[in-house]
Design a protein around this ligand. Structure first.
Ligand code: GDP
Length: 198
């Protein structure tokens, strides 16, 4: 599945731009600057395609990547929680994300990325609320685990697990990753491969 790089298919500014729902999809969501582009690039070999950026909130589209070997599509959601984004933009993204997350029959799982230095924030919990309401499966992925100290990381992992345990439905366990240090990517790849096989 991951032997060949995923290919960038298109960027969608509106739900009607989405490709036909003809294959399984997984989506990646997270706050701006959480390390989403870096993770997608590291995971899928799409170097430079999921654009990493120091300008948080730049990605305003649903970016679509497709596997070259299996019928699987990856959807890179616009980052949320960028304080400086203008209000109408925030409204437009919120609508797009809501429509996608709640109305896409082929969406198999959402990976909710959470910064391992901070743990889940209110807007992460809002996304999880939305997913729980729509009965969409999701899994929390901690990013940048190379950054916090071992003690800090342990605390955040415990906090994150507690937050997930409080959710109304059961969800798979947290995955700890670092794109920079290539940690946890094999774990994430095998979870995705399992989804495809099931
Ligand atoms: P996005 O806005 O969520 O797509 O985040 P990016 O992938 O653009 O990353 C935001 C910043 O975090 C960049 O400066 C990256 O170099 C940095 N970053 C991303 N992943 C990691 C990681 O695993 N470890 C560390 N230390 N930094 C990372």
């Amino acid at each position: 599945l991951f032997a060949r790089p995923f290919l960038f298919t298109k960027g969608c500014v509106s739900i009607k731009d989405l490709p036909e729902p003809d294959r399984l999809e997984i989506a990646f969501a997270g706050r701006s600057n959480v390390g989403k582009s870096s993770l997608i690039n590291a995971l899928c070999g799409t170097s430079g395609l999921a654009r990493t950026s120091n300008t948080p909130g730049r990605t305003q589209e649903l970016n679509i990547f497709e596997s070259q070997s299996e019928p699987l599509r990856i959807v890179d959601m616009p980052g949320y929680g960028y304080a400086k984004a203008p209000e109408p933009k925030v409204k437009a993204w919120t609508k797009l994300v809501h429509q996608y997350l709640t109305g896409r029959a082929t969406l198999r799982r959402v990976y909710v990325l959470v910064d391992s230095r901070h743990g889940p924030k209110d807007n992460d919990l809002s996304v999880m609320n939305e997913l729980d309401r729509a009965a969409v499966s999701y899994q929390v992925v901690l990013t940048k685990v190379d950054k916090p100290s071992a003690t800090e990381l342990e605390k955040v992992i415990a906090l994150t697990k507690q937050a997930i345990a409080k959710r109304p439905a059961a969800h798979p366990d947290v995955i700890e990753t670092s794109s920079e240090k290539n940690l946890g990517l094999g774990h994430l790849r095998s979870e995705i491969a399992l989804l495809l096989a099931s």
